[in-house]
Design a protein around this ligand. Structure first.
Ligand code: NAG
Ligand code: NAG
Length: 161
């Protein structure tokens, strides 16, 4: 019984390590979008924000991707006009994510979101590629692996309790 628990513990540790090495890779802030498609760039502060909310989105050339000032969409550079959406209903929850539509190759690069009130900054790199053909299969299969890995982890965790 105790040796069984030990091996279960070992498997648990191995799985944890595996998950830990996988997790940073997926949250490593590189976002991939496809040309003419849309992509959500996340900027989420962990706590609620008192209104009105102000946040600044900039790109690699320091262009104004979007200025949210006093909880309203304010300035947008001509490059992004009509292509950037934010989610005003979620501002107060700390969610100042934006959606960039109709992606172009020259949208690729660094993006930065800054919330001055709480001195929070999120940086990410956007990678814009052509729509995948066979490449897409590897992406979905790796996320399936994650699901397959977390199932036994959950079972093990429960059986150890
Ligand atoms: C932030 O809002 C966007 C748009 O509604 C949503 O897709 C995203 O999941 C939200 N992020 C969090 C962490 O709630
Ligand atoms: C962007 O995508 C291309 C094609 O999938 C890949 O070769 C490249 O390494 C990616 N760049 C980053 C920064 O992820």
């Amino acid at each position: 019984m105790s040796s069984c628990q030990h091996s279960a513990l070992c498997i648990l540790v191995v799985l944890m390590c595996l998950l830990c090495t996988l997790c940073p890779a997926s949250s490593q802030s590189v976002k991939t979008g496809f040309i003419r498609d849309e992509v959500l760039l996340p900027c989420v502060y962990s706590e609620k924000l008192s209104e009105p909310v102000t946040a600044f989105w900039r790109d690699k050339d320091d262009k104004v991707v979007l200025d949210i000032i006093n909880s309203r969409e304010d300035k947008i550079d001509a490059k992004f006009t009509g292509r950037v959406l934010s989610f005003p209903d979620y501002y107060k929850n700390g969610n100042l994510s934006i959606l960039i539509k109709d992606l172009r190759a020259d949208d690729a690069g660094l993006y930065e979101c800054y919330i001055p009130k709480v001195d929070y900054q999120a940086k990410m790199t956007l990678n814009v590629t052509e729509k995948p053909t066979s490449h897409g299969a590897t992406v979905t299969s790796s996320s399936h692996h994650l699901v397959l890995l977390s199932a036994p982890l959950f079972v093990l965790f429960c059986s150890l309790k």
